[in-house]
Design a protein around this ligand. Structure first.
Ligand code: AMP
Length: 459
């Protein structure tokens, strides 16, 4: 199937060619024609599947087929000037977007806005703006004053502007909920319902989520009309292009030594190391920087400017190791990320799938390595049940856990069940150059979890 056969406008086809896309991904093949035909959609698909284009291409296509003047209208500033030239006092005009994309995090919102600019690059006067927590209000007022057709927003800040009359959704034609499951996890349900209640019932609604079960399914059914359900199964959720490994560790010292060792693998272009807490993210990034790695932390306690600088450094390749918490790293799409490390396993198995999806982007291969305490075997099991995959256990010579397989408390794990691998002393290509000594000083402090709701609320 080709993009031409999806019925897209030539201006969009040109942008897709520029982007190097040769054919639509499975979610695009199903979602784009249905959305162009005006259907509401409930789509289950993962990040990395091409879902942003799956909702943005139909929206841009709609705009591309409208006369520019009718679409873009006057900006609030132009209204003010026109009023002044008539000798009238300018009335305040709120922004009246035609499309709204709600995302759980600022990073994802920025990424969607960047993708929109990319896909709409050959269109005349198409404007997309991100409305995010952490961004200075004057800057956002400037963006809104341009009356953008497309708003990409995190719910909290959007509601601030909505309640103060800066945004009016009465002209909204298309509403997209991106990573809806995540937004509900982060406690945004009431915010979403409030925003939806301010939009016209005639709108087209597209909901994207890793899962359509439970609460997401309920809200999806409530806010869509006769939706087409698209389920993209298979490779993307199973991440078949990503090799996965578990390393058992005895304690924090062992974990830190092993992480340092693994990070010296020259096959790593860029890596994301996930931690459970913001404090650990900071401490590990500091420790790795001192050890000579180009490393930095990313978490929700950082100001948006610092977060953007870190992400830009990652994108430009200045940064080799990003140490991040779940919420902050969500949606990161950097092709150079070859490896993901779980310094801590995530609390929820679904987050494991999201985390490892930071590597193996756009059809590349990736490697995901989890450093696991013996007592965490049960979490590994949960992940394996979710992904329906067995994660092989790896052992590196010089870094063997002291506890033997038979003393591991990993339920269901039996010595010789084929899941463990013997140590590979001196295997060619093995990373033997890292010195097992000189561990960093991770005091082992376990700070507060980077709570999704706390961080998300700031979004
Ligand atoms: P997403 O799932 O929207 O986060 O997209 C994941 C990655 O796939 C992004 O880097 C996109 O630029 C890329 N991508 C999306 N659609 C295509 C396509 N049809 N061909 C090649 N790459 C794509």
């Amino acid at each position: 199937m080709t993009f031409e056969s999806l019925g897209l406008h030539p201006q969009i086809l040109k942008a897709l060619t520029d982007a190097g896309y040769t054919q639509p991904t499975p979610v695009q093949q199903e979602a784009v024609p249905a959305a162009i035909a005006g259907r509401d959609l409930m789509v289950s698909s993962q990040t990395g599947s091409g879902k942003t284009a799956a909702f943005m291409l139909p929206a841009l296509n709609k705009f591309a087929n409208e006369p520019v003047e009718a679409r873009a209208g006057k900006t609030p500033n132009q209204h003010a000037q026109a009023a002044r030239s008539r000798g009238e006092r300018p009335r305040f005009m709120p922004a009246q977007p035609k499309m709204l994309v709600l995302t759980p995090t600022r990073e994802l919102a920025l990424q969607v806005t960047t993708a929109t600019d990319k896909y709409g690059t050959h269109m005349r006067r198409i404007k997309a703006a991100s409305i995010l927590g952490g961004m200075p209000y004057p800057k956002q007022m400037q963006l809104l004053a341009r009356n953008p057709e497309i708003l990409v927003a995190t719910p909290g800040r959007l509601i601030d502007h909505m309640e103060s009359g800066k945004i009016d959704f009465s002209k909204l034609e298309m509403l997209v909920l991106d990573e809806a499951d995540r937004m509900l996890d982060m406690g945004f349900i009431e915010d979403i319902e409030l925003i939806v209640s301010r939009t016209p019932a005639t709108r087209q609604t597209l909901l994207f989520s890793a899962t359509l079960d439970g609460m997401v399914g309920n809200i999806a059914r409530r806010i869509t009309t006769d939706p087409l359900r698209i389920q993209i199964a298979g490779a993307s959720s199973r991440h078949e292009n990503i090799e996965q490994r578990v390393h058992f560790v005895d304690d924090l010292l062992h974990k830190n030594r092993l992480l340092d060792h693994l990070l010296r693998d020259t096959a790593i272009e860029q890596a994301v190391v996930f931690t459970a807490t913001k404090r650990d993210a900071d401490q590990i990034a500091d420790r790795l920087s001192i050890a000579g790695f180009a490393a930095a932390a990313l978490h929700g306690d950082m100001h948006q400017g610092a977060r953007n600088r870190t992400l830009n450094a990652l994108r430009s390749g200045q940064l080799r190791v990003l140490v991040a918490t779940d919420v902050a790293a969500r949606g990161i799409d950097v092709p150079g990320i070859t490896h993901v490390f779980n310094y801590d396993l995530p609390k929820f198995a679904e987050d494991y799938v999201h985390r490892i999806g930071r590597t193996g982007r756009a059809g590349r291969n990736g490697m995901a390595i989890s450093l696991v305490n013996h007592a965490e075997g049960v979490h590994v099991k949960r992940i394996e049940r979710l992904t329906k995959q067995t994660i092989p256990v790896d052992v590196i010579a010089g870094f063997e856990p002291k506890k033997t397989a038979s003393t591991r408390s990993r339920p269901g794990w039996k010595p010789g069940d084929g899941r463990g691998k013997p140590a590979k002393p001196g295997k060619p290509g093995q990373r033997t150059f890292a010195k097992p000594g000189a561990p960093g000083k991770d005091g082992g402090y376990r700070g507060q979890r980077d709570s999704r709701s706390a961080e998300g609320r700031r979004g």
